[in-house]
Design a protein around this ligand. Sequence first.
Ligand code: NAD
Length: 527
Amino acid sequence: MSTQTLPTQNKKAAEIISYDPGTGKEIGRAPLSSLEDVKEAVAKARQTQPAWAALSYQERGRVILQARALMLAERDQFALLISQETGKPVAEALSMEIVPTLDAMHYFAHAAGHLLRPQKIDIGQYGLMGRSSSIVFRALGVIGIISPWNFPLATPADEVVMALMAGNAVVLKPSELTPLIALKLGDIFRRAGLPAGLLNIVTGDGSTGAALVDARVDKIMFTGSVATGKRVAEAAAKYLIPVVLELGGKDPMIVLEDADLENAARAAVWGAFANSGQACASVERCYVQESIAPKFIEKVVAETRALKQGLGIEGGIDVGSMSNENQLQIVADHVNEAKRDGAQVLTGGKRGSNVNGLFYEPTVLTNVDHDMTIMRDETFGPVLPVMTFKTQDEAIKLANDSRYGLTASIWTKNVAKGQRLAERIEAGTVMVNEVVYTHGIAQTPWGGVKDSGYGRTHGRMGLLELVHPQHIHVNRLSFLPDMWWFRYSAQASRLFGDLATHFTTGSIVRTSRLLPQMMRRLFGSRE
Ligand code: NAD
């Protein structure tokens, strides 16, 4: 059993050291960017952004597609580095990071122009007065992206691509645990011909992230824990910087008695143990209907025991190491507390004993309840606690009994019923017969409710976070003074009263009754 603590930083040398959490070996170093470095990056970004925003979507898309081509050509190097820096299996680096990133790059490079096309607004009866309104979507300027370590490529890369396609410049502050992936991402954009200054990577720790907020970027896209998210929102509020918060989850999976048991069990195991359970959308709580619980749990345990745990870079590994000692300790604390309070460990329940590094065995628990931390707080590790329920109402109540609301899933062969129940769950995304993966769909919005944060990334809603809608209003009858302008005679007051009664109903017929009064006001004397 390994109990090593991996150091993550070396502040004296003003650099951060990146370690392979599966072996404890150093794999590289990156600068610990100072406040001055961050300010300089933001200034550079601000300087280069207007020329970038002036390009067409097609021209911006060409650069993204060139970067995509380079990433595809170097996908094995990317996958290896992701695996080494996080401990996840190479297969997962490919399926859960590289595939969705390439897909998002392709999608936004082609679709952003269409998704952000100018929009005409129906302004009702004002339209009959020779006026028209449209919305154009303008880039915000400089977007600060602060990202975590669990998906060190997919999380920041998608946001970088969306921000650039929307015409912004970016300063990215990746997690101090995974700086090398971010630097490699920056490198391919540089080689793809992205003008210097448009994508700046400032590696460093929390102080570097705080400096990015203080450098007064135009928006912060933050992904990370609830505690840090609150700190970031508070700091940003000082300068009225808007923030998108993609925070933690305690995602429930509900398995109804008419579910496909075999597949639901496999989904529960993948949903809880992929990425060693270190996904914001991991299955963190499983509720199974009493009548099928014994069979379901038996299948889950068998499937879990068959998983192979080991070094991510080795072939045939299902579950890699965890990414850092702190997180592993949280997992151990949650499980130990649950055991102390009566939880039953069906498999796992301890650190990996046959490997060195930060491994925790895939763990299945029963006899758990909502008084236990393991059912309330985000565990963010390879643990699947399972509870039973009798009725659908009870299942929904349990699912909603959480301060989080990121994703949830419902398992049933009756899809209509699944959809009805989905709408009763408090979460940003609810899946019927699916788990975890919708962050990988570039077209759909991603984000949470309650403590899981606010704002969205991905899809059109995500793009809209990265622009401001500018309303352009035109009056083609420029020679006519408006009815509501000065002077306010008794006649004017009568007309305004009549407008309140008739115009505001939206009825052209009723408003037309006022035509003589309106004409007098428009063309006659206002004294
Ligand atoms: P974290 O909050 O510790 O760190 C996130 C980032 O914030 C890091 O880059 C860190 O250096 C930076 N940071 C720390 N202090 C800061 C400060 N004061 N000001 C600005 N930046 C600061 O989170 P983590 O441990 O890296 O990531 C795990 C968490 O992320 C989990 O809670 C997980 O659920 C969440 N997460 C959410 C999503 C989502 O889409 N909702 C996706 C992935 C991870």
